[in-house]
Write a protein that binds this ligand. Structure first.
Ligand code: FAD
Length: 264
């Protein structure tokens, strides 16, 4: 049976709902452990995609592995983000924020300035990287997963053939290349994820042992996983991690269906 690991995060469910329990949990005890850094660089990769560099002595020697997440403090809320590139010697960490414009973290990243202080929880496990080096790797995701793609793919040896696509709005089409990712760009059509499904339907899978990472919007991740389960060759490992959900969609149902899939 293929390895269809479904990784779901409690923080993901909580942060989307912004539940009061979560606010209480974050309010005192947890915040004492936050790492303090300074925003040392800001680069607009595209109108709504921004690279923010956190720097400081607290990041020198920090324990970080590709695919891990941090939680960034945005006012009274904490939101999950993915260190995209980290230099533990120089003491900096780049995070790629999608500025969707409608939430505390998105607003924080839109208005942050160089020199401003920032706080976040230290990196913890989230999306697993490849345990064994595959012959080829595929990454599919949206704007929120640009950092994840960079972290995971840049960790692979150069011998690994990398394919994949990031779905973005036409407005942000240059973001992927601007961040130095060599993945294809799939321009979003009306429905989130449709462009990636189209990309997938036209893509020939490479030969050998494969590793597929899926991330981004929850319902798109589910649809892509279904499509992949139908036509990907054997010898492929899947790792999925929904990063956010479109409001109003039945996220819990979508994840239940993904679980169901793994029994086929
Ligand atoms: C492990 C993990 C790692 C993540 N890494 C990154 C990362 O590196 N970069 C990144 O940009 N995001 C990342 N995300 C996604 C990010 O945490 C969410 O998008 C988060 O909801 C943004 O917080 P907010 O305060 O701006 O909005 P929220 O207050 O959480 O949400 C407000 C509203 O905006 C909607 N919304 C949330 N995200 C989006 C979106 N992307 N597009 C459109 N509408 C949205 C929600 O459905 C809600 O209606 C990650 C998520 C997880 C679980």
């Amino acid at each position: 049976m293929r390895d269809l690991a479904v990784l779901v995060e409690n923080d993901y469910h909580n942060q989307v709902g912004g539940s009061s329990n979560m606010t209480v949990m974050h309010s005192s005890k947890k915040r004492r452990d936050l790492i303090a850094a300074t925003v040392s660089e800001i680069e607009d990769l595209a109108p709504r995609v921004r690279r923010v560099r956190f720097a400081g002595s607290s990041l020198v020697g920090i324990d970080w592995k590709p695919g891990q997440k941090i939680k960034v403090e945005a006012g009274t809320k904490m939101r999950s983000y993915t260190p995209a590139r980290v230099d533990t010697k120089a003491g900096w960490m780049d995070v790629v924020f999608f500025l969707h414009g409608n939430g505390p973290a998105s607003l924080w990243a839109s208005s942050v300035c160089v020199g401003q202080s920032a706080r976040f929880k230290r990196p913890v496990k989230s999306m697993p990287s490849a345990k064994k080096t595959p012959d080829w790797a595929m990454f599919l995701g949206d704007e929120t997963a640009i950092g994840l793609a960079a972290a995971l793919l840049e960790d692979l040896p150069e011998t690994v053939q990398v394919v994949g696509a990031i779905e973005v709005d036409a407005l942000d089409s240059e973001a992927v290349e601007a961040f130095g990712l060599t993945l294809n760009v799939a321009i979003r059509q009306q429905q989130h994820g449709a462009a990636l499904l189209k990309w997938l339907s036209k893509t020939k899978f490479p030969e050998g042992r494969g590793m597929v990472w899926l991330s981004g919007e929850a319902n798109s991740v589910r649809a892509l996983k279904l499509a992949l389960a139908k036509r990907s060759p054997p010898n492929v490992k899947f790792r999925t991690k929904p990063y956010w959900k479109n409001k109003g969609h039945a996220h819990r149902k979508a994840l239940e269906n993904m679980d169901h899939l793994s029994h086929h």
